[in-house]
Design a protein around this ligand. Structure first.
Ligand code: THU
Length: 135
C-alpha cells in the first residue's frame, strides 16, 4: 500500500499525541498507534497495562478493536510510535493480519521521526489468515 508523505506524517502525529495517554506504569514503555481506515478515518490507541501483567493490551490492538467495534474492517496503514521506533509484537501482527496483509506499518520514534515502514505481509510471512479456515 502506498501512502503520501503528508498522510504518513499525519498518522505519526496522531500516534504521538495518543502516546501521551499510554497507561504503562510497569514497563514505562509508552506506545501510541494511529490506524487509517480505507474510509479515511483515523482511530488511535495506546498500550494499557495491568497489575496482572498478562491482562495488558498493546496500542495497536486497542486501535484495531476501536475501529472494528465501530464497523470498520478495511485498513490502509497503521503508525506505531514508541521511544525508539519499536516494531509491533507478534500478537498485534496477527490481529492486523485478520483484516489484510497489505496494511502499511509505519514506525516512528518519540521525536516523530519515521524509522521504518513495511507491508504487514513482510512482517508476518506465511500468515495464518481467515481463508485458511475455509480453503
Ligand atoms: N507494546 C505495545 O503496545 N505494542 C507492541 O507492539 C509491543 C509492546 C506494549 C505492551 C507493554 O505495555 C509495553 O509495550 C512493553 O511490552
Amino acid at each position: 500500500m502506498t501512502l503520501d508523505i503528508e498522510m504518513k506524517e499525519q498518522l505519526i502525529q496522531r500516534g504521538l499525541l495518543a502516546r501521551r495517554w499510554s497507561y504503562s506504569p510497569y514497563s514505562h514503555y509508552a506506545v501510541g498507534a494511529a490506524l487509517l481506515t480505507r474510509s479515511g478515518k483515523i482511530y488511535d490507541g495506546v498500550n494499557v497495562e495491568n497489575a496482572a501483567f498478562p491482562s495488558t493490551i498493546c496500542a495497536e490492538r486497542v486501535a484495531v478493536f476501536k475501529a472494528v467495534s465501530e464497523g470498520e474492517r478495511q485498513f490502509t496503514a497503521i503508525a506505531v510510535v514508541t521511544e525508539n521506533g519499536g516494531s509491533p509484537c507478534g500478537g498485534c501482527r496477527q490481529v492486523l493480519a485478520e483484516f489484510g496483509l497489505e496494511t502499511l506499518v509505519i514506525l516512528a520514534n518519540a521525536d516523530g521521526k519515521l524509522t521504518g515502514e513495511y507491508a504487514l505481509r513482510d512482517l508476518l510471512p506465511d500468515a495464518f489468515t481467515p481463508d485458511k479456515l475455509t480453503g
